[in-house]
Ligand binder design. Structure first.
Ligand SMILES: [Zn+2]
Length: 252
């Protein structure tokens, strides 16, 4: 459905997708479909006119390459995705500066990757859940000791070894992970130093209840790292310079 067209001469792109370009019309049922279809067609005609005589090519969007800097529900945000012409890869920046503006697409020579900037435990949620579930209640000192222990696990753990829980996150750059078995054993073993008897059993159950989809999931925050490659300078003489030369020649 979406068609991404690149002008090889200008390194400009055009995304043929009516609903994407004009989201403000999406829920306007009074407006006939042909209206935004024709707007899109006009824009496409403008692009073709502007790049007349240039070499155009279709780019294929690389699946699962989409990353965004803000929550999915935010209308004004910058996203990136990758596309290819079969030989070269491109980064495409998709953005909108104001809510009533159409989406803009910009071709960036280079690549991007996601860098993990922090791995955190859900301290507040763990604390809240412990207070709610454990009877008799734990002392604040013991809650703090358990949080400290979880924090130690988050510090030593290698995120690349962990299983990702995608459905937990509402933000594209926040990903939740399950603590692996080795670190669960570590967590339980160290709990024995803090909790005894009945209290330990209750904590063991708590850990098992919350390790797969609960408050014990670790939250990793990512950053989009854009690596731009400097474009090679074009050797063609700009039209204005060529005209001046002609004028000089004519004066002689
Ligand atoms: Zn062009």
């Amino acid at each position: 459905m979406n068609q991404l067209i690149r002008c090889k001469n200008c390194d400009e792109i055009f995304m043929k997708t009516p609903l994407d370009q004009y989201p403000e019309y999406e829920f306007d049922f009074n407006r006939p479909f042909e209206v935004f279809r024709s707007i899109e067609e006009d824009d496409y005609q403008d692009f073709l006119t502007h790049h007349q005589g240039h070499q155009l090519e279709n780019l294929e969007i690389i699946e699962d390459s989409f990353v965004s800097q803000k929550a999915y529900s935010e209308p004004v945000k910058t996203s990136f995705f990758k596309a290819t012409n079969g030989k070269e890869k491109f980064v495409i920046k998709k953005f909108r500066e104001k809510i009533d503006e159409p989406l803009k697409y910009l071709l960036i020579p280079g690549d991007y990757s996601l860098k993990c900037t922090a791995i955190e435990i859900q301290s507040e949620e763990i604390s809240k859940q412990l207070k709610r579930e454990l009877k008799p209640p734990l002392s604040q000192d013991k809650i703090d000791a358990f949080l400290k222990l979880c924090h130690t696990v988050a510090e030593v753990i290698d995120i690349k070894e962990l299983e990702r829980i995608p459905e937990e996150s509402h933000h594209p750059l926040e990903i939740y992970y399950k603590i692996d078995d080795i670190h669960l054993v570590y967590l339980l073993r160290n709990c024995r130093n803090i909790f005894k008897g009945q209290e330990y059993s209750a904590m063991e159950e708590f850990i098992h209840r919350h390790k797969d989809d609960g408050v014990l999931l670790l939250r990793a925050t990512y950053k989009i790292q854009l690596a731009e490659i400097a474009k090679p300078a074009k050797k063609t003489i700009p039209t204005s310079v060529a005209l001046k030369k002609d004028k000089i020649a004519a004066k002689k």
